[in-house]
Design a protein around this ligand. Structure first.
Ligand SMILES: [Zn+2]
Length: 455
Protein backbone atom coordinates (compact mmCIF):
# COMPACT_ATOMS: atom_id res chain seq x y z
CA UNK A 1 0.00 0.00 0.00
CA UNK A 2 2.92 2.36 0.72
CA UNK A 3 5.22 1.54 -2.19
CA UNK A 4 3.90 3.77 -4.99
CA UNK A 5 3.74 6.81 -2.73
CA UNK A 6 7.32 6.13 -1.61
CA UNK A 7 8.46 5.67 -5.22
CA UNK A 8 6.82 8.95 -6.16
CA UNK A 9 8.36 11.10 -3.43
CA UNK A 10 11.40 9.04 -2.41
CA UNK A 11 10.85 10.30 1.16
CA UNK A 12 11.97 8.40 4.29
CA UNK A 13 9.98 5.15 4.58
CA UNK A 14 9.14 5.63 8.25
CA UNK A 15 7.13 8.73 7.35
CA UNK A 16 4.64 6.67 5.35
CA UNK A 17 2.25 4.22 6.93
CA UNK A 18 -1.07 3.51 5.23
CA UNK A 19 -3.61 0.95 6.37
CA UNK A 20 -7.16 0.17 5.28
CA UNK A 21 -10.19 1.31 7.24
CA UNK A 22 -11.93 -1.98 6.50
CA UNK A 23 -12.52 -4.72 3.97
CA UNK A 24 -12.39 -3.69 0.32
CA UNK A 25 -15.49 -4.12 -1.82
CA UNK A 26 -15.81 -6.86 -4.43
CA UNK A 27 -16.77 -4.38 -7.11
CA UNK A 28 -14.72 -1.55 -8.60
CA UNK A 29 -15.91 1.88 -9.59
CA UNK A 30 -15.37 5.61 -9.40
CA UNK A 31 -15.25 7.60 -6.19
CA UNK A 32 -13.78 10.91 -5.14
CA UNK A 33 -10.89 11.71 -2.82
CA UNK A 34 -11.74 15.30 -2.03
CA UNK A 35 -13.42 17.76 -4.38
CA UNK A 36 -11.16 17.56 -7.44
CA UNK A 37 -9.52 14.13 -7.30
CA UNK A 38 -10.97 11.04 -8.94
CA UNK A 39 -10.20 7.44 -8.01
CA UNK A 40 -11.16 4.16 -9.62
CA UNK A 41 -11.11 0.77 -7.94
CA UNK A 42 -12.32 -1.05 -4.85
CA UNK A 43 -13.07 0.79 -1.64
CA UNK A 44 -13.97 0.00 1.94
CA UNK A 45 -16.87 2.41 2.35
CA UNK A 46 -19.57 4.29 0.51
CA UNK A 47 -20.42 3.34 -3.05
CA UNK A 48 -18.63 3.12 -6.34
CA UNK A 49 -20.14 4.63 -9.48
CA UNK A 50 -19.93 2.99 -12.88
CA UNK A 51 -19.42 6.31 -14.65
CA UNK A 52 -17.31 9.31 -13.63
CA UNK A 53 -20.23 11.61 -14.44
CA UNK A 54 -22.55 10.03 -11.84
CA UNK A 55 -22.80 11.27 -8.28
CA UNK A 56 -19.57 10.13 -6.61
CA UNK A 57 -18.92 9.11 -3.04
CA UNK A 58 -16.13 11.08 -1.34
CA UNK A 59 -13.68 8.69 0.32
CA UNK A 60 -11.88 11.58 1.99
CA UNK A 61 -14.63 11.73 4.64
CA UNK A 62 -13.65 8.25 5.88
CA UNK A 63 -9.91 8.84 6.29
CA UNK A 64 -8.96 8.16 9.90
CA UNK A 65 -5.61 8.93 11.56
CA UNK A 66 -4.54 6.11 13.88
CA UNK A 67 -1.39 7.13 15.74
CA UNK A 68 1.17 7.75 13.01
CA UNK A 69 -0.74 5.47 10.63
CA UNK A 70 -3.22 6.83 8.15
CA UNK A 71 -6.27 4.61 7.65
CA UNK A 72 -7.68 4.93 4.14
CA UNK A 73 -10.83 3.49 2.55
CA UNK A 74 -8.79 2.35 -0.49
CA UNK A 75 -5.31 1.16 -1.40
CA UNK A 76 -3.28 3.99 -2.98
CA UNK A 77 -1.14 1.54 -4.98
CA UNK A 78 -4.15 -0.29 -6.41
CA UNK A 79 -6.05 2.90 -7.22
CA UNK A 80 -3.05 4.52 -8.91
CA UNK A 81 -2.35 1.34 -10.91
CA UNK A 82 -5.97 1.33 -12.15
CA UNK A 83 -5.43 4.80 -13.59
CA UNK A 84 -1.88 4.42 -14.91
CA UNK A 85 -2.62 1.08 -16.59
CA UNK A 86 -6.02 2.34 -17.78
CA UNK A 87 -7.94 -0.41 -16.02
CA UNK A 88 -10.79 2.03 -15.49
CA UNK A 89 -11.26 2.36 -19.20
CA UNK A 90 -12.59 -1.09 -20.04
CA UNK A 91 -15.54 -0.79 -17.68
CA UNK A 92 -16.54 2.85 -17.87
CA UNK A 93 -17.75 5.27 -20.47
CA UNK A 94 -15.77 3.65 -23.22
CA UNK A 95 -12.84 5.83 -22.35
CA UNK A 96 -10.18 3.41 -23.48
CA UNK A 97 -12.20 1.61 -26.08
CA UNK A 98 -10.54 1.37 -29.43
CA UNK A 99 -12.81 2.90 -31.97
CA UNK A 100 -14.05 -0.01 -34.02
CA UNK A 101 -10.99 -2.08 -33.19
CA UNK A 102 -10.78 -5.14 -35.37
CA UNK A 103 -13.91 -4.20 -37.24
CA UNK A 104 -14.19 -4.68 -40.96
CA UNK A 105 -14.47 -0.94 -41.35
CA UNK A 106 -11.24 -0.32 -39.51
CA UNK A 107 -9.42 -2.97 -41.53
CA UNK A 108 -10.75 -1.42 -44.70
CA UNK A 109 -9.64 1.99 -43.50
CA UNK A 110 -6.08 0.86 -42.89
CA UNK A 111 -5.97 -0.99 -46.20
CA UNK A 112 -6.94 2.05 -48.20
CA UNK A 113 -5.37 4.65 -45.89
CA UNK A 114 -2.11 5.00 -47.84
CA UNK A 115 -3.99 5.94 -51.00
CA UNK A 116 -6.53 8.27 -49.38
CA UNK A 117 -5.84 11.96 -49.77
CA UNK A 118 -5.07 13.82 -46.57
CA UNK A 119 -8.35 15.74 -46.81
CA UNK A 120 -10.44 12.54 -46.96
CA UNK A 121 -8.43 11.06 -44.06
CA UNK A 122 -8.98 14.21 -42.03
CA UNK A 123 -12.69 14.09 -42.76
CA UNK A 124 -12.97 10.43 -41.72
CA UNK A 125 -10.91 10.97 -38.56
CA UNK A 126 -12.88 14.04 -37.52
CA UNK A 127 -16.08 12.00 -37.87
CA UNK A 128 -14.65 9.12 -35.85
CA UNK A 129 -13.44 11.43 -33.09
CA UNK A 130 -16.32 13.89 -33.12
CA UNK A 131 -17.61 13.05 -29.63
CA UNK A 132 -14.26 13.76 -27.92
CA UNK A 133 -15.46 16.92 -26.19
CA UNK A 134 -18.05 14.96 -24.24
CA UNK A 135 -15.55 12.53 -22.67
CA UNK A 136 -15.47 13.50 -18.98
CA UNK A 137 -12.39 11.59 -17.88
CA UNK A 138 -9.41 11.86 -18.04
CA UNK A 139 -9.75 15.63 -17.99
CA UNK A 140 -8.88 17.56 -21.09
CA UNK A 141 -6.43 19.07 -21.97
CA UNK A 142 -4.07 17.60 -19.31
CA UNK A 143 -4.88 15.38 -16.36
CA UNK A 144 -2.47 15.11 -13.41
CA UNK A 145 -5.02 13.06 -11.44
CA UNK A 146 -2.42 10.52 -10.23
CA UNK A 147 -0.21 13.35 -8.97
CA UNK A 148 -3.23 14.89 -7.22
CA UNK A 149 -3.84 11.62 -5.34
CA UNK A 150 -0.23 11.62 -4.12
CA UNK A 151 -0.47 15.28 -3.11
CA UNK A 152 -3.66 14.68 -1.14
CA UNK A 153 -2.03 11.75 0.65
CA UNK A 154 0.96 13.96 1.45
CA UNK A 155 -1.37 16.60 2.96
CA UNK A 156 -3.00 13.94 5.16
CA UNK A 157 0.35 12.48 6.26
CA UNK A 158 1.69 15.94 7.13
CA UNK A 159 -1.39 16.47 9.30
CA UNK A 160 -0.90 13.09 11.02
CA UNK A 161 2.74 13.83 11.79
CA UNK A 162 2.07 17.41 12.89
CA UNK A 163 5.57 18.26 11.69
CA UNK A 164 6.46 21.30 9.64
CA UNK A 165 7.83 19.46 6.68
CA UNK A 166 9.02 16.16 5.25
CA UNK A 167 12.13 15.76 3.10
CA UNK A 168 12.01 14.00 -0.27
CA UNK A 169 14.19 13.62 -3.35
CA UNK A 170 13.26 16.31 -5.86
CA UNK A 171 11.67 15.07 -9.09
CA UNK A 172 14.31 16.36 -11.53
CA UNK A 173 18.08 16.72 -11.59
CA UNK A 174 19.88 19.89 -10.55
CA UNK A 175 16.71 21.35 -9.11
CA UNK A 176 15.00 21.78 -12.50
CA UNK A 177 11.36 22.72 -12.01
CA UNK A 178 9.98 20.38 -14.71
CA UNK A 179 11.16 18.44 -17.73
CA UNK A 180 10.36 18.56 -21.46
CA UNK A 181 11.13 16.10 -24.27
CA UNK A 182 10.68 16.58 -28.01
CA UNK A 183 10.13 13.44 -30.08
CA UNK A 184 9.64 12.96 -33.83
CA UNK A 185 7.90 9.91 -35.32
CA UNK A 186 9.12 9.38 -38.89
CA UNK A 187 6.04 8.15 -40.78
CA UNK A 188 6.97 8.01 -44.47
CA UNK A 189 9.69 8.74 -47.02
CA UNK A 190 9.11 12.53 -47.27
CA UNK A 191 9.38 12.70 -43.47
CA UNK A 192 12.57 10.65 -43.45
CA UNK A 193 14.12 12.96 -46.01
CA UNK A 194 13.12 16.01 -43.97
CA UNK A 195 14.94 14.76 -40.85
CA UNK A 196 18.24 16.61 -41.52
CA UNK A 197 16.32 19.90 -41.82
CA UNK A 198 14.38 19.12 -38.66
CA UNK A 199 17.65 18.53 -36.81
CA UNK A 200 18.80 21.95 -38.05
CA UNK A 201 15.56 23.52 -36.83
CA UNK A 202 15.76 21.90 -33.38
CA UNK A 203 19.45 22.75 -33.22
CA UNK A 204 18.70 26.45 -33.80
CA UNK A 205 17.03 26.42 -30.39
CA UNK A 206 19.62 24.10 -28.88
CA UNK A 207 17.04 21.39 -28.43
CA UNK A 208 18.06 17.77 -28.94
CA UNK A 209 15.23 15.42 -29.82
CA UNK A 210 14.54 11.76 -30.50
CA UNK A 211 13.54 10.24 -33.84
CA UNK A 212 11.31 7.16 -33.87
CA UNK A 213 12.02 5.01 -36.92
CA UNK A 214 9.58 2.53 -38.52
CA UNK A 215 11.84 -0.44 -39.30
CA UNK A 216 9.76 -2.18 -41.99
CA UNK A 217 7.51 -1.37 -44.89
CA UNK A 218 7.48 2.41 -44.85
CA UNK A 219 10.89 3.50 -46.16
CA UNK A 220 14.41 2.12 -46.28
CA UNK A 221 16.56 2.78 -43.23
CA UNK A 222 20.14 3.10 -44.49
CA UNK A 223 22.92 2.96 -41.92
CA UNK A 224 24.08 6.37 -43.18
CA UNK A 225 20.70 7.87 -42.20
CA UNK A 226 20.92 6.47 -38.65
CA UNK A 227 24.53 7.60 -38.41
CA UNK A 228 23.52 11.12 -39.41
CA UNK A 229 21.14 11.26 -36.46
CA UNK A 230 23.61 9.76 -34.00
CA UNK A 231 26.55 11.91 -35.06
CA UNK A 232 24.62 15.08 -34.29
CA UNK A 233 23.62 13.90 -30.82
CA UNK A 234 19.99 13.05 -31.58
CA UNK A 235 18.39 9.88 -30.31
CA UNK A 236 17.02 6.90 -32.24
CA UNK A 237 14.06 4.82 -31.06
CA UNK A 238 11.95 2.13 -32.70
CA UNK A 239 8.48 3.14 -33.92
CA UNK A 240 6.26 0.05 -34.16
CA UNK A 241 7.28 -2.62 -36.71
CA UNK A 242 5.52 -1.68 -39.94
CA UNK A 243 2.97 0.86 -38.70
CA UNK A 244 -0.05 -1.06 -40.01
CA UNK A 245 -2.11 -0.35 -36.89
CA UNK A 246 -2.39 -4.03 -35.94
CA UNK A 247 0.46 -4.49 -33.47
CA UNK A 248 -1.81 -4.78 -30.44
CA UNK A 249 -4.91 -6.14 -32.14
CA UNK A 250 -4.03 -9.79 -31.51
CA UNK A 251 -1.92 -11.39 -28.78
CA UNK A 252 -0.30 -14.01 -31.01
CA UNK A 253 0.50 -11.45 -33.68
CA UNK A 254 2.09 -9.17 -31.09
CA UNK A 255 4.35 -11.86 -29.71
CA UNK A 256 5.34 -12.88 -33.25
CA UNK A 257 6.26 -9.30 -34.08
CA UNK A 258 7.91 -8.37 -30.83
CA UNK A 259 11.01 -10.50 -31.52
CA UNK A 260 11.64 -8.56 -34.71
CA UNK A 261 10.97 -5.26 -32.95
CA UNK A 262 13.48 -6.15 -30.20
CA UNK A 263 16.04 -7.14 -32.85
CA UNK A 264 15.67 -3.78 -34.61
CA UNK A 265 16.11 -2.10 -31.25
CA UNK A 266 19.43 -3.86 -30.72
CA UNK A 267 20.59 -3.17 -34.29
CA UNK A 268 19.73 0.53 -34.03
CA UNK A 269 21.18 0.80 -30.53
CA UNK A 270 17.74 2.07 -29.47
CA UNK A 271 16.61 1.97 -25.85
CA UNK A 272 13.11 3.37 -26.44
CA UNK A 273 9.95 2.24 -28.20
CA UNK A 274 6.74 3.84 -29.43
CA UNK A 275 3.87 1.98 -31.10
CA UNK A 276 1.99 3.25 -34.15
CA UNK A 277 -0.99 5.51 -33.40
CA UNK A 278 -0.35 5.06 -29.63
CA UNK A 279 -2.02 1.63 -29.64
CA UNK A 280 -1.01 -0.13 -26.47
CA UNK A 281 -1.55 -2.92 -23.97
CA UNK A 282 0.57 -2.61 -20.82
CA UNK A 283 -0.14 -6.26 -19.95
CA UNK A 284 2.08 -7.36 -22.85
CA UNK A 285 4.92 -4.89 -22.29
CA UNK A 286 7.13 -7.39 -20.49
CA UNK A 287 7.99 -8.85 -23.90
CA UNK A 288 9.41 -5.54 -25.11
CA UNK A 289 13.17 -5.51 -24.69
CA UNK A 290 13.46 -1.74 -24.24
CA UNK A 291 14.30 0.49 -21.29
CA UNK A 292 11.39 2.83 -21.93
CA UNK A 293 8.14 3.18 -23.82
CA UNK A 294 6.45 6.36 -25.02
CA UNK A 295 3.05 5.09 -26.23
CA UNK A 296 0.66 5.96 -23.40
CA UNK A 297 -1.12 9.31 -23.64
CA UNK A 298 -2.00 11.18 -20.50
CA UNK A 299 -5.39 12.03 -22.02
CA UNK A 300 -6.25 10.05 -25.17
CA UNK A 301 -9.35 11.91 -26.35
CA UNK A 302 -7.97 12.64 -29.82
CA UNK A 303 -6.33 9.27 -30.33
CA UNK A 304 -8.08 6.26 -31.86
CA UNK A 305 -7.42 4.29 -28.66
CA UNK A 306 -8.86 6.50 -25.98
CA UNK A 307 -8.34 6.45 -22.23
CA UNK A 308 -5.04 7.69 -20.85
CA UNK A 309 -2.82 7.18 -17.81
CA UNK A 310 -4.15 10.31 -16.01
CA UNK A 311 -0.57 11.15 -15.11
CA UNK A 312 2.06 13.69 -16.15
CA UNK A 313 5.03 11.92 -14.53
CA UNK A 314 7.09 8.92 -15.66
CA UNK A 315 6.14 5.61 -14.04
CA UNK A 316 7.18 1.99 -14.29
CA UNK A 317 5.23 -0.70 -16.11
CA UNK A 318 7.16 -3.71 -14.80
CA UNK A 319 10.77 -3.14 -15.83
CA UNK A 320 9.86 -0.64 -18.56
CA UNK A 321 9.74 3.05 -17.75
CA UNK A 322 6.75 4.76 -19.29
CA UNK A 323 7.30 8.32 -20.48
CA UNK A 324 3.69 9.31 -21.10
CA UNK A 325 2.67 11.51 -24.02
CA UNK A 326 1.34 14.51 -22.13
CA UNK A 327 0.49 17.01 -24.89
CA UNK A 328 -1.61 16.96 -28.05
CA UNK A 329 0.13 15.56 -31.13
CA UNK A 330 0.85 17.92 -34.02
CA UNK A 331 -1.42 15.93 -36.34
CA UNK A 332 -4.42 16.35 -34.01
CA UNK A 333 -3.68 20.02 -33.47
CA UNK A 334 -3.37 20.86 -37.16
CA UNK A 335 -5.79 18.45 -38.77
CA UNK A 336 -8.45 17.59 -36.20
CA UNK A 337 -8.64 20.80 -34.16
CA UNK A 338 -7.61 22.87 -37.18
CA UNK A 339 -5.35 25.10 -35.09
CA UNK A 340 -2.07 26.64 -36.16
CA UNK A 341 -1.26 28.44 -32.93
CA UNK A 342 0.59 27.14 -29.87
CA UNK A 343 -2.13 28.26 -27.43
CA UNK A 344 -3.30 24.74 -26.60
CA UNK A 345 0.30 23.55 -26.10
CA UNK A 346 0.93 26.52 -23.80
CA UNK A 347 -2.13 25.66 -21.72
CA UNK A 348 -0.97 22.07 -21.43
CA UNK A 349 2.56 23.16 -20.51
CA UNK A 350 1.11 25.32 -17.71
CA UNK A 351 -1.03 22.51 -16.30
CA UNK A 352 1.82 19.99 -16.45
CA UNK A 353 4.56 22.24 -15.05
CA UNK A 354 2.25 23.28 -12.21
CA UNK A 355 2.72 19.66 -11.06
CA UNK A 356 6.44 19.66 -12.02
CA UNK A 357 5.62 17.03 -14.64
CA UNK A 358 7.07 15.78 -17.90
CA UNK A 359 6.00 17.86 -20.91
CA UNK A 360 6.36 15.51 -23.89
CA UNK A 361 5.66 16.30 -27.54
CA UNK A 362 5.17 14.23 -30.68
CA UNK A 363 5.83 16.27 -33.79
CA UNK A 364 6.12 14.45 -37.13
CA UNK A 365 8.61 15.54 -39.79
CA UNK A 366 5.99 14.43 -42.33
CA UNK A 367 3.50 17.07 -41.15
CA UNK A 368 6.06 19.88 -41.05
CA UNK A 369 6.49 19.98 -44.80
CA UNK A 370 3.70 22.56 -44.92
CA UNK A 371 5.08 26.02 -44.05
CA UNK A 372 2.14 26.96 -41.80
CA UNK A 373 2.79 23.88 -39.66
CA UNK A 374 6.53 24.53 -39.65
CA UNK A 375 5.98 28.09 -38.42
CA UNK A 376 3.79 26.82 -35.58
CA UNK A 377 6.42 24.29 -34.63
CA UNK A 378 9.12 26.92 -34.65
CA UNK A 379 7.01 29.09 -32.33
CA UNK A 380 6.84 26.10 -29.95
CA UNK A 381 10.62 25.62 -30.06
CA UNK A 382 11.15 29.32 -29.31
CA UNK A 383 8.69 29.11 -26.41
CA UNK A 384 10.40 26.03 -24.97
CA UNK A 385 13.81 27.70 -25.18
CA UNK A 386 12.35 30.66 -23.29
CA UNK A 387 10.92 28.37 -20.59
CA UNK A 388 14.26 26.63 -20.23
CA UNK A 389 15.84 29.85 -18.99
CA UNK A 390 12.84 31.51 -17.33
CA UNK A 391 11.22 28.57 -15.55
CA UNK A 392 14.29 26.35 -15.32
CA UNK A 393 12.76 23.51 -17.32
CA UNK A 394 15.11 20.66 -18.16
CA UNK A 395 14.87 19.90 -21.90
CA UNK A 396 16.30 16.41 -22.29
CA UNK A 397 16.42 13.39 -24.55
CA UNK A 398 14.02 10.59 -23.55
CA UNK A 399 17.07 8.41 -22.83
CA UNK A 400 18.39 11.01 -20.38
CA UNK A 401 15.02 11.14 -18.62
CA UNK A 402 15.04 7.34 -18.41
CA UNK A 403 18.52 7.30 -16.89
CA UNK A 404 17.65 9.97 -14.33
CA UNK A 405 14.33 8.42 -13.32
CA UNK A 406 15.96 5.00 -12.83
CA UNK A 407 18.74 6.49 -10.75
CA UNK A 408 16.29 8.47 -8.64
CA UNK A 409 14.20 5.32 -8.13
CA UNK A 410 17.21 3.72 -6.41
CA UNK A 411 18.24 6.71 -4.29
CA UNK A 412 17.54 6.93 -0.58
CA UNK A 413 17.38 9.72 1.98
CA UNK A 414 19.56 9.03 4.98
CA UNK A 415 19.64 10.90 8.31
CA UNK A 416 22.97 12.59 8.98
CA UNK A 417 23.14 14.47 12.25
CA UNK A 418 20.45 17.12 12.12
CA UNK A 419 20.00 16.93 8.38
CA UNK A 420 19.45 14.57 5.47
CA UNK A 421 21.67 13.21 2.76
CA UNK A 422 20.91 11.46 -0.52
CA UNK A 423 22.58 8.13 -1.17
CA UNK A 424 22.91 6.21 -4.42
CA UNK A 425 24.44 6.51 -7.89
CA UNK A 426 23.67 9.85 -9.51
CA UNK A 427 23.18 11.63 -6.19
CA UNK A 428 25.44 14.50 -7.35
CA UNK A 429 22.59 15.74 -9.55
CA UNK A 430 19.84 15.06 -7.01
CA UNK A 431 18.45 17.68 -4.66
CA UNK A 432 16.60 17.45 -1.38
CA UNK A 433 13.19 19.14 -1.25
CA UNK A 434 10.72 19.62 1.59
CA UNK A 435 6.96 19.20 1.48
CA UNK A 436 4.99 21.25 3.95
CA UNK A 437 1.44 22.28 4.62
CA UNK A 438 -0.07 25.65 3.77
CA UNK A 439 -3.73 25.53 4.71
CA UNK A 440 -5.05 22.38 3.07
CA UNK A 441 -2.44 22.26 0.31
CA UNK A 442 1.07 20.96 0.05
CA UNK A 443 3.91 23.22 -1.03
CA UNK A 444 7.41 22.16 -2.05
CA UNK A 445 10.61 23.95 -1.20
CA UNK A 446 13.99 23.04 -2.64
CA UNK A 447 16.93 22.95 -0.27
CA UNK A 448 19.50 25.52 -1.31
CA UNK A 449 22.50 23.86 -2.95
CA UNK A 450 25.29 23.47 -0.45
CA UNK A 451 27.63 26.39 -0.91
CA UNK A 452 31.17 25.69 -1.83
CA UNK A 453 33.45 27.53 0.56
CA UNK A 454 35.44 30.23 -1.12
CA UNK A 455 39.17 29.49 -1.19
ZN1 LIG B 1 3.51 6.94 -36.30
Amino acid sequence: MNSDFLDYYRCPANFVSFALTGRLSEDSGYFRFGPDVLCYGRSASGFRAQRPTEMLYDGLTDVAPDGSTLRLPFSPSETVANLRYERYASSSNGGGKRLGAGSALRKAYYTVRPILSVSIRKHLQRRRLRDWKRIPFPRWPADPNVELIFERLMVLLLKVHRGDSVPFIWFWPNGSSSCAVMTHDVEALPGRDFCPHLMDLDGTYEIKSSFQIVPEGRYTVPESFLDGLRRRGFEINVHDLNHDGHLFSDRELFFRRVDRINRYGRNYGAAGFRSAVLYRNPDWYEALDFAYDMSVPSVGHLDPQRGGCCSVMPFFIGKILELPVTTTQDYSLFHILNQYSIDLWKRQIDLITEKHGLVSFIVHPDYLLESRARDTYEALLAYLAELRSERKIWIALPGEVDRWWRERSQMRLIRRGNGWEIEGPGKERARIAYASLVGDSVVYRLEAPSLVAAP
